[in-house]
Ligand binder design. Structure first.
Ligand code: PMP
Length: 327
């Protein structure tokens, strides 16, 4: 996931060339993982020549909550961050799908292990982005031997930089063993989520997903799919613990998140799920989801913020003059 085409970043309260967005090795977050982040997608709609950001206000509300968990008081609101991202994407001039990575981090050069009375900063960069999982229509996954970080160790509902060592461990080990992704269990042995996505099974026509108390990240896509399943597909959704053995006998199984979008899981280790191909509910949900995120569903247009409509304006003061200003 290198990004040779990233040209700009929001850094030090301005949009600057990416080469100028640099931090010191003494930065607190670099030493201790004391940062929080978000991950959003922009979807290009060629018919409308429009780039839509998917649920940025919800992503930024969670981002600000994650920051609060680390005692960071950020000087931006969710609408302001949305305006900044829109401007950053306009500056990049994307006419393709992209990924957006906001980061808030403790920027002080102190080595003291503390979260209070310490400077923080916000930076945002983006990159063109297609599929994250190569095999979105039939992923082959495995249970990780690593357990999901517990909320009483590092807040699980925050996107906290240091906690992603846990995700990297789970994901790396199963990928090196030949699988696409990892299902991660809680310390109590129930399913929590994937290494960087939420998790659903379907049994007898009912969609089941672990509840938010299961050390899951409160995923924006998860929340969206629960609504789409109930309101559009008429599928009952239950949030409850899922046992390992239930996963093996599920009719359908899928993972969801900004990166993986909706990826069908058709094999787990040496077992096929359902018929071993994408199930009917997963297929219908994927079709609907891609219509929604690309602005083809009128009903869910309010989930999208258009980048090129000029609906969100940002003050010229955010620019330092070294990059083109698109207003
Ligand atoms: N769980 C984890 C651990 C994640 O990193 C992600 C990706 N942000 C998700 C779930 C899915 O969250 P979202 O739908 O908000 O992208």
């Amino acid at each position: 996931m290198t990004a040779p085409s990233t040209r700009y970043a929001f850094f030090d309260n301005r949009i600057v060339p990416i080469e100028d967005a640099r931090v010191s090795v003494m930065t607190h977050a670099f030493n201790y993982g004391t940062g929080v982040f978000a991950g959003l997608r922009g979807y290009w709609n060629a018919d409308e020549e429009q780039l839509f950001i998917f649920r940025p206000l919800d992503h930024f509300r969670r981002f600000l909550q994650s920051a609060r968990l680390l005692r960071m008081e950020l000087p931006y609101t969710a609408p302001e961050l949305t305006a900044i991202v829109s401007e950053l994407l306009r500056t990049e001039g994307y006419r393709e799908n992209c990924y957006i990575r906001p980061l808030a981090y403790l920027s002080s050069h102190t080595i003291t292990l503390k979260l209070n009375d310490i400077a923080s900063a916000v930076t945002i960069f983006s990159m063109p982005f297609g599929q994250y999982i190569a095999n979105e229509e039939g992923a082959h996954v495995a249970f990780s031997a690593w357990r999901r970080v517990d909320d009483n160790a590092i807040p699980a509902r925050g996107k906290i930089v240091g906690a992603y060592v846990n995700s990297a461990m789970s994901s790396t080990d199963v990928r090196l063993a030949g699988y696409d992704e990892a299902i991660v269990l809680n310390e109590d042995g129930h399913v929590s989520e994937m290494s960087s996505a939420n998790f659903f099974i379907v049994r007898d026509g009912v969609a089941i997903t672990p509840p938010v108390q299961s050390n899951v990240l409160e995923g924006i896509v998860r929340r969206s799919l629960i609504q789409l399943l109930r309101d559009e597909l008429g599928v009952e959704v239950v949030e409850r613990n899922i046992d390992r053995s239930e996963v093996y006998i599920a009719d359908e199984c899928f993972m969801c998140g900004t990166g993986v979008q909706i990826s069908a899981i058709t094999r787990i280790e040496h077992r096929a799920i359902g018929g071993g191909t994408m199930g009917d509910i997963t297929r219908r949900l994927r079709t609907l989801f891609f219509e929604v995120v690309s602005g083809k569903s009128e009903r869910y247009r309010s989930w999208l913020v258009p980048v090129y409509a000029g609906a969100w304006k940002v003050p010229a003061a955010l620019h330092d003059g070294s990059v083109p200003h698109t207003d």
